[in-house]
Design a protein. Structure first.
Lengths: 479, 347
């Protein structure tokens, strides 16, 4: 029974190649593993090994032929194998001097391939847009935004206490939850967030790690793949850059890559953004870095209630969640519901202050600045609505759009850099969802587009301020 | 300094005894099983190479041919609940854990019948049921993750161990040493298996590492290590059993450097100009793990007919897998949006 030998693909991108040389002639016997030919791809000269055994009855494509398409028959084999058509396996390169590969211009097929790819990308983008459009439509239907749930009595606690309580409550409820990080146990936390947890839960569940972010983050992600629920504390998110490969490549993508088999229920938390006078390497805001990644959820609490409710939700979430805290807020007190069941759903923004003249969208510490600006604006007769995002991803686009449709003007505030920042995303989403309602172009207030300076006066200038927000509001209200 | 560290662990290093000095590591039945499992990997990989040549498998495809004895020998040391994790050269590991040839091959062809529904590809497959945790494409990342699997065993206070495989190229990654430190510090039950096939893509070990004995790479942390003939399935199993016993008894991690060789290029598009064809041929002729196993079987009285039966069985399994991988449909376009996040009432 005859078998055709087909032109093999020898690289991920190869569609055709040059049949440089035959090492067997018609009538020759070949054994599996014999080198039968040399083929030039755009990258290299490769040897082709026979897979089947038999006698070469016919050489279809003579040596020296360029532009031989992958999978076209190049020879015929009359073999004893009796298998269906089996193309040959690429082997090692020849030690013969390599002949120059044909110039790219001489491959008209490539143009078609590029065009086809572009078409494919277009199709994917269109499908994505379709899906987004669907979401926007439901928003446009004037859906009533669910009011913030009333959790009953509250008590003033610091953000630090709120975070600690959230972890303690969840650890009591689920023995698979544990805390790991630098100085979280015996030292009681670099910022005292984990104070007392070692005493209550012991060293198997409150674990001091060496200073080895890449290693312990990977270890925690591996543990989460087995169903444990680690809380990884980064002393600051600046140090998580050493571990970002595991956060993105290992934690965020595995569910998808495994076809839904292997989830990663893990929380990465710690202070994010500028503290005070610690300069460029210790003062970076990472919201847009993590929010960029499908497969991650990203929350940024402002108040004690945000901190407690969002961290509890993050720990219970079956997905990897980034909790971006703020060092300056740790010691500040806010009213927080005392209910044992209190939780803040991920993906829901909160209107912190109602207003009709302008919407200010903020998150984390920038909510403080926005609230201060709103106070000042009220004195000047401008009623600002302040939205505390709480979650960056998924983003509560509905609440933002509903507010902008009401106020027709919007200012976004963030501590991070402007380029490709959260404000850029907010501005685009608002334009997509509420363009016709806008009476002025959206304006961003952001940190300056520079590494953070150390000098006190310069640092102050590099960060957004309530005064800048007031100015921005006046620009969009033309006052 | 390095020498002092080496001396400190030298006592702990147990070398395999000469073969004649001990009872055989495998019974004839176990040896026959090992032959079958190695042959399955060999034939599967050859078929994958063919399908790649036909353009049915895309992207990167890293074949395991030549290294089969390692995963088959190590698998013989495992107990239920143990975990396996490795790099992107992962087809052999999956087959050794008992994952179906059909599902692996269909993932290679990017079909819905693949282990990851066609969304992972050659380098990213998983099976919680078989204790296989991937399939990881970032060189060395699986070492920290595998340490995490061992951490989970420690956390749950069981006797399970994690087999964490990586190449000698990955052994230079910083996170490998971070993992060694963490595992030794916390006494995690992790068997680190360096598959030293001599070439990190095109860079030979001599050009990539100042370490001449990778089994000592954990010496600074007191991790015992052995160099093992990775072309001999019985030697692998013996060393694996020592390592597993060490880990299960709560003594912390263990390091095995498997001396092996890959016959094919780093990936399908590797012209392999960094080594001579004669070198490959010599390994094939003199050290092939499957031929070695076959000889042991024949010497031990197993008949040719029995071996032929296995050959035929494997051929049928691989052909079936290849057929399935071509007939299984491509994933539905709806699958684009699934498995990004776990959500109630998934998208």
């Amino acid at each position: 029974m005859g078998t055709q030998i087909l032109m093999p693909a020898l690289s991920p991108t190869m569609t055709e190649g040059k049949l440089a040389r035959w090492l067997k002639n018609e009538g020759d016997d070949v054994r599996a593993g014999d080198v039968i030919a040399e083929i030039e791809t755009d990258k290299a000269t490769m040897e082709v090994e026979a897979v089947d055994e038999g006698k070469i009855t016919k050489i279809i494509v003579p040596e020296g032929t360029e532009g031989v398409s992958v999978n076209s028959p190049i020879a015929e084999l009359n073999g004893g194998g009796g298998e269906a058509a089996a193309p040959q396996a690429p082997g090692q390169t020849t030690n013969m001097p390599q002949q120059p590969a044909p110039p790219a211009a001489a491959q008209p097929g490539q143009v078609g391939e590029v065009a086809k790819q572009a078409e494919d990308y277009g199709a994917v983008a269109a499908r994505g847009a379709e899906r987004q459009e669907g979401a926007a439509k439901t928003g446009a239907a004037e859906r009533i935004i669910e009011p913030e749930k009333d959790w009953g009595p509250t008590k003033a606690i610091t953000v630090r206490e709120a975070l600690r309580e959230a972890m303690a409550v969840e650890m009591r409820a689920d023995k698979d939850v544990f805390l790991m990080g630098e100085e979280v146990a015996q030292y009681q936390g670099a910022y005292k967030i984990s104070q007392g947890l070692l005493d209550e839960f012991g060293p198997r569940r409150v674990i001091d790690t060496p200073i080895t972010e890449h290693g312990f983050t990977g270890m925690a992600v591996g543990a989460a793949m087995t169903g444990l629920k680690p809380i990884v504390e980064f002393m600051t998110f600046n140090f998580a850059m050493q571990a970002i490969d595991h956060i993105i490549n290992s934690a965020a993508k595995t569910l998808y890559m495994s076809g839904g088999q292997l989830g990663c229920p893990i929380v990465f938390r710690g202070p994010n953004g500028a503290a005070a006078r610690v300069a460029a390497q210790h003062s970076q805001e990472y919201s847009s870095w993590y929010a960029h990644v499908p497969g991650l959820k990203v929350v940024a609490p402002w108040s004690s209630a945000d901190a407690k409710g969002l961290l509890r939700a993050a720990i219970r979430d079956p997905n990897p969640v980034i909790v971006l805290e703020n060092e300056i807020l740790y010691g500040q007190s806010f009213e927080c519901p005392t209910s044992e069941d209190f939780i803040v759903p991920i993906g829901k923004a909160k209107v912190e202050r109602k207003g009709k003249d302008v919407t200010i969208v903020a998150f984390s510490i920038s909510v403080t600045w926005a609230m201060q600006a709103a106070e000042e604006l009220a004195k000047q007769g401008i009623e600002a609505e302040v939205i505390n995002l709480r979650s960056i991803r998924p983003l509560d686009s509905e609440t933002i759009a509903a507010s902008v449709r009401k106020t027709n003007r919007v200012v976004t505030v963030e501590e991070g850099w402007p380029f490709a920042g959260i404000g850029a995303e907010l501005g685009m989403q608002i334009v997509e969802a509420a363009f016709d309602y806008l009476d002025a172009p959206p304006v961003r207030v952001t940190g300056l587009d520079i590494p953070m300076p150390y000098a006190a006066n310069l640092e102050k200038l590099a960060l957004p301020s309530p005064a800048q927000i007031v100015d921005a509001v006046k620009r969009v209200t033309y006052k | 300094m390095a020498q002092a560290a080496e001396t400190a662990t030298a006592n702990k290093q147990r070398r395999p005894q000469p073969a004649e000095a001990k009872a055989p590591a495998m019974t004839p039945e176990q040896l026959l099983r090992a032959y079958r499992d190695m042959l399955l990997i060999r034939r599967f990989e050859e078929k994958a190479g063919q399908l790649y040549g036909m353009g049915l498998i895309g992207g990167f495809c890293h074949l395991y041919i030549g290294q089969e004895a390692i995963v088959v020998g190590m698998q013989a040391c495992l107990e239920p609940g143990d975990q396996v994790i490795t790099s992107y050269r992962d087809h052999g590991h999956m087959l050794a854990t008992g994952m179906e040839a059909r599902g692996v091959m269909a993932e290679l062809t990017g079909r819905s019948g693949g282990y990851s529904k066609g969304k992972g590809g050659s380098m990213h497959m998983f099976s919680r049921e078989k204790g296989f945790f991937g399939g990881h494409g970032i060189v060395g990342a699986q070492v920290a993750l595998g340490t995490g699997l061992a951490f989970a065993n420690w956390y749950r206070e069981g006797r399970n161990v994690s087999l964490t495989y990586f190449g000698e190229g990955a052994s230079n990654q910083g996170q490998v040493f971070e993992s060694f430190n963490l595992a030794a510090l916390m006494k995690l039950p992790c068997i680190y298996i360096i598959e030293n096939n001599k070439y990190a893509m095109g860079t030979s070990l001599e050009r990539g590492s100042a370490s001449r004995d990778l089994s000592k790479n954990g010496a600074a942390w007191g991790i015992p290590g052995e160099q093992v003939d990775g072309m001999d399935v019985t030697a692998v199993k013996e060393a694996g059993q020592r390592a597993a016993a060490h880990c299960r008894d709560g003594n912390g991690p263990y390091l095995l450097e498997m001396k092996t060789y890959r016959y094919r290029g780093h990936s399908m598009s590797d012209p392999a100009k960094y080594r001579k064809r004669e070198e490959v041929q010599q390994m094939r002729d003199q050290s092939d793990p499957i031929e070695k196993c076959k000889k042991m079987l024949l010497d031990g009285g197993t008949g040719e007919a029995e071996i032929k039966k296995i050959d035929d069985e494997i051929k049928a399994i691989v052909q079936d897998a290849a057929d399935f991988a071509q007939s299984s449909p491509e994933p539905d376009e709806k699958e684009l949006w699934t498995d990004v996040l776990i959500e109630e009432g998934a998208r």
